[in-house]
Design a protein around this ligand. Sequence first.
Ligand code: CP3
Length: 352
Amino acid sequence: MASDEMLGSKRMLQVLAGDRTMPPPIWLMRQAGRFLPEYRALRADVPSFLDLCYTPDLAVEVTLQPIRRFGFDAAILFSDILVVPHGLGQDVWFVEGEGPKLTPIRDASAIDKLRPDAIHDTVSPVYDTVRGLTKALPRETTLIGFAGAPWTVATYMVEGGSSKEFFEVKKWAYSDPDGFARLIDVLVEATAAYLIEQVNAGAEVVQLFDSWAGVLPEGMFRRWVIEPTVQLVSRFRAVHPDTPIIGFPRGAGLNYRAYAAETGVTALGLDTTVSGAWAASLGLPVQGNLDPAYLLTGGDAMVSAVHDILNGFGDAPFIFNLGHGVNKDTPPEHVGELVTAVRSWNSDNGSI
Ligand code: CP3
């Protein structure tokens, strides 16, 4: 457990413990990556994206790049949500300009071939990255570990990559719920074990990315987003009861209310569609939710949207972030402007 002194120096942990800080802590989803020239330079020398995720010295360096430039309050471990299927034994590769590819899993015999017990053998370099980061980060910077939530990871495993319609995974989940549940159960166990090891290695907070939560209708949202998250949170908390969990069920809409009330997560990551005032009424610390497109414009339009967000959350414990990841075409200077706008905000008059 963090001592009061540690909490005092880490804004992010203070907010997750239920306090509101002024200014709020800020970090951005996908704050490391292709929008930074120093990332592109380092990436050019690495044969594949997964090699980067599994080379601790390089993954530490890439995690630190945005911290050096912008002094964010939190660093997110550099890795990917697809290292879990890879660690389970599924073929995963990344094609330049096309995104991730996986050999699809669509039946029981393919589930039987997964190797939940062997996951740590493949993903253990990620734990070394976390250990390296605990030594390399400034003392005021909080270290966030992460994983994809079972539903979102299952969409990639079943579709064989990114998807627009999600018909393959939905066909399976809707027509054969017991069969599909076996895949979800494997993911619940593997993801809990993976996050527990990240915390053992030094992660102070974990975030669960449920990027495709919003494609499910209400009843299916309950079955494939809420229920697996409840189980995952409970397995994780059995080992690490005090480590905050940020749940990010992107696109959940009105289902955010049930997710907040039932999953047991500590805090909610909000996408761009949810208003601050409504989210504040859910009773948990909240994180979000500037549209990443404002980082393409920068300037007055962005600063005014930032003020609307800061004013909108009222007294809720609040972490500034985007509603989704930083776009690769974002000019880094705009991220600098954003950090300045958040840090110089004056809550009395809502302006700089
Ligand atoms: O800075 C950070 O946020 C930490 C690292 C991080 C990455 N991916 C690095 C990455 C995190 C937290 C993720 C999460 C992730 N990965 C999600 C959930 C968040 C979201 O965006 O919804 C998802 C769905 C993935 C799966 C994934 N990984 C896709 C669809 C892609 C291809 C799309 C793209 O942007 O190229 C990736 C590749 C990926 N993950 C890159 C990075 C920096 C780009 C790969 C490269 O450098 O070639």
